[in-house]
Design a binder for this molecule. Structure first.
Ligand SMILES: Cc1cc2nc3c(=O)[nH]c(=O)nc-3n(C[C@H](O)[C@H](O)[C@H](O)COP(=O)(O)OP(=O)(O)OC[C@H]3O[C@@H](n4cnc5c(N)ncnc54)[C@H](O)[C@@H]3O)c2cc1C
Length: 446
């Protein structure tokens, strides 16, 4: 490790004095006398300590490559721990959601609860020695052409916000997720509305809304599940379904719909699988359009592939829509008024609270200074390896945890190749140095 660090030193300009740290061998802080100096990280920096960040750090460690994980929150998997509702379970069966190297415990149910998933992730981090640096948000990461390194700047999210740090690394893995920031549209009249307006990222349970008339804006998986939870807690939800939506049963023919689709895709083209899924959905659920849930023109898998729109996997809300315990409003909110809402079709209704199930967006454009790889909507279209500057991305391909697991192994494999060739170079150079007295002052051995 020391020689590798030395080699990085050799490649840096004299002006870039540095401090060195093997992140797996002790406290970073303990080794640093001043944060003002940039800190050279011999392995990759991983931005984000969610499932993606943990997965790639574990795969790297299994190959003997240390990494530093930077996480803005005070815990791992902050989306799951801090921003999701209590009744949440994995939407997909556990076998499609496990991270590389460690399966879920066999005693877990097919759809683990949020608590079980978080417990799995915590055990995973412990088992694979992943210890993120918490409360450190990456505010900018930029490739320094002259150095051939990524400059990663962070700011503390607790304590003094003025505490800023800079790291230098050869490999950067963006793992900040597709759900980094809540999207909460400012509805006209919000300031006049007399009740609470909350985003699903702050919603924990329907208990707080007992007996209340609640308008839920957005009909994705979260919107539907929040309605179900509200009903279970004796609240009266109305869901706004402005656009068309694919609702599929969570299971068909005794198999998970997701698993069935994956299996069919091995033999059949997307279009045909879509047609089969819709046929089965019609048999199981009936004509959802009758209840105000029109289906999009494109099939569920094609829509996901082309527009990234995830179908709703019904966890019980549809039955409540059919029995009208969940009311459906087929047009968008025009404005909120003191005691309710007016809709685009001219209807008006009284509400006590509004829940915005309006989704999330990536925050990549705010910190990753690599315009050429970031898409208009803030995603990364280029897969897991982006260009030839040591930039990788994990968790941005809209393939959920299954995609994360596959890409984490690929990224670790790719970095391993560079890491090995780096070590090889050092061995050769060290050998040459030790046989050439005139070059003994080389800083490789410092
Ligand atoms: C309600 C809900 C249910 C879901 N259910 C499933 C499911 O059943 N199956 C499935 O496959 N997927 C599901 N998903 C998708 C889910 O996003 C992924 O499964 C998973 O959380 C993605 O992991 P990730 O690490 O890529 O992103 P995240 O879990 O979002 O983790 C990213 C981490 O990066 C940190 N971060 C962000 N910006 C910065 C920064 N600038 N500096 C430092 N740290 C930063 C965040 O704090 C966070 O901890 C669900 C999503 C939601 C919202």
């Amino acid at each position: 490790m020391e020689s590798l660090i030395g080699s990085f030193r050799g490649e840096r300009r004299e002006a870039e004095r540095q401090q060195v740290h093997d992140p797996l061998s002790g406290s970073l802080q303990g080794l640093c006398t001043s944060w003002k100096e940039p800190l050279v990280i011999p392995g990759p920096i991983i931005v984000g300590g969610g499932p993606s960040g943990l997965a790639v750090a574990a795969c790297l460690r299994a190959k003997g490559i240390p990494s530093v994980v930077l996480e803005r929150a005070h815990c791992i998997a902050s989306l799951w721990q801090l921003k999701t509702y209590d009744r949440l379970r994995l939407h997909l069966p556990k076998k499609h959601c496990e991270l590389p190297l460690t399966p879920f415990p066999s005693c877990f149910p097919t759809y683990p609860t949020k608590r079980q998933f978080v417990a799995y992730l915590e055990a995973y981090a412990r088992e694979h020695g992943v210890r993120p640096r918490f409360n450190e948000a990456v505010v900018a990461a930029e490739y320094d052409e002259a150095l051939g390194f990524w400059r990663v700047r962070t700011a503390a999210t607790q304590g003094s916000p003025a505490e800023k740090r800079e790291y230098l690394c050869r490999w950067l893995v963006a793992a900040t997720g597709e759900n980094a920031e809540a999207v909460a549209p400012e509805l006209e009249g919000s300031a006049d509305f007399g009740g609470p307006i909350v985003h699903t990222s702050s919603y924990k349970s329907g208990e707080a809304f007992r007996g209340k008339r609640v308008l839920v804006v957005g009909c994705g998986n979260s919107g539907m599940e929040v309605c179900l939870d509200l009903c279970n807690n004796a609240a009266k939800p109305t869901i706004v379904v402005r656009d068309s939506v694919h609702v599929l049963p969570r299971e068909m023919l005794g198999l998970s719909t997701f698993g069935l689709a994956m299996w069919l895709l091995k033999w059949l083209p997307l279009r045909v699988v879509d047609a089969l899924l819709l046929l089965l959905a019609r048999l199981v659920l009936g004509n959802t359009a009758k209840f105000g849930l029109r289906r999009p023109r494109l099939g569920p898998l094609r829509l996901k592939a082309l527009a990234g729109k995830t179908p709703v996997l019904d966890a019980g809300a549809l039955a409540l829509i059919k029995s009208q315990r969940i009311k459906v409003r087929p047009s968008g909110v025009k404005r909120l008024v003191k005691h309710g809402a007016e809709f685009a079709d001219g209807a008006a209704e009284e509400f006590d609270a509004v829940i915005l199930a309006t989704g999330y967006r990536s925050n990549l454009p705010h910190w990753l200074k690599a315009k050429e790889v970031i898409e208009e909507k803030g995603g990364l279209g280029g897969g897991w390896k982006l260009g030839d500057k040591g930039l990788y991305a994990l968790g941005f391909t809209k393939r959920g945890l299954l995609g994360v697991s596959l890409d984490a192994s690929r990224i670790a494999g790719d970095i391993e190749e560079c890491w090995k060739s780096q070590l090889e170079k050092i061995k050769v150079t060290s050998f040459t140095c030790s046989h050439a007295p005139s070059r003994r002052t080389s800083n490789f051995t410092k």
